[in-house]
Design a protein around this ligand. Structure first.
Ligand SMILES: [Zn+2]
Length: 265
């Protein structure tokens, strides 16, 4: 139970009759095995929706080639949130295909029913702030799935990206995903990085437990005399931290201090 350690990096590929992933070759401490770009389409329409085509350049060409291979035209480009590893190729792909970009950060993607392509996928957009203030989930009822951007991963916790990210909002978003999974017949969550989440309730619980553990560690460190200072707390709590993740840990601790202060702890 809990987060799942990968034996091999997620390769991408066909996940269902409607969903295909092209994984970008941009692995890093922050992007894990690379960004997942999702291509989704209904049998009734040759036009697909592309979610999170990034980075720009070769990957966008690879996404376009994958669409053409499957006899699909790009009908719309969608971003789950503002971070560059999800948005960088969006305008490029839209320009190459004569389509447009829908994104939460500029108001073109709003909560509610979203069907940008005639006879194409019908999605339900829900706000899931916390990792970033603009993060959204895209429920795909016909597929029994939901695209979750960087809100939740199969392999481990995400970063609450202070100051734009907010831990109180993040915990509420986890509750919201849990409710949606339980009530909307969602069997799989498709994340922005790593493997699809095929046991959503278990991974939601692992994510929540991880956040609460970290909060307890911060509280314990403060009680033991560590200064109310994010740098000092990163040193105390994130022992053996990869230096490439220090900025993320710093932002995460800032978000946790804000959360604890807000709760009067
Ligand atoms: Zn992100």
């Amino acid at each position: 139970m809990g987060f799942i350690v990968d034996e091999t990096p997620y390769p991408g590929g066909k996940e269902s009759a409607r969903v295909f992933c092209v994984r970008a070759e941009n692995p890093s401490a922050m992007t894990y095995t690379g960004t997942n770009t999702w291509i989704i389409a209904e049998a009734e329409s040759p036009e697909c929706i592309v979610i999170d085509p990034a980075p720009a350049g070769q990957h966008v060409q690879n996404v376009l080639d994958a669409c053409i291979d499957q006899g699909l035209r790009v009908g719309a480009v969608v971003c789950t949130h503002v971070h560059p590893d999800h948005t960088e190729g969006a305008m490029e792909l839209a320009d190459m295909t004569g389509t447009r970009v829908y994104a939460p950060f500029d108001g073109t993607l709003q909560p509610g029913t979203f069907q940008p392509v005639e006879n194409g996928p019908v999605l339900e957009v829900v706000a899931l702030p916390g990792h970033s203030s603009d993060s959204v989930g895209l429920i795909y009822p016909a597929d029994g799935s939901m695209f979750v951007g960087d809100v939740i991963f199969n392999h481990g916790p995400t970063v609450v990206y202070y100051p734009d990210g907010n831990l109180t909002e993040y915990m509420d978003s986890l509750d919201k995903i849990e409710q949606l999974v339980k009530t909307q017949n969602i069997k799989v969550l498709y994340p922005g990085h790593g493997y699809p989440i095929t046991d959503p309730l278990d991974i939601i619980e692992a994510t929540r437990a991880h956040r609460l553990d970290r909060l307890q560690q911060i509280k314990d460190a403060l009680v033991s005399g560590v200064a109310h200072d994010a740098d000092a707390l990163v040193d105390a709590v994130y022992v053996g931290l990869d230096p490439n993740l220090r900025d993320a840990a710093f932002r995460s601790v800032k978000a946790q201090l804000l959360y604890l202060d807000g709760k009067g702890e």
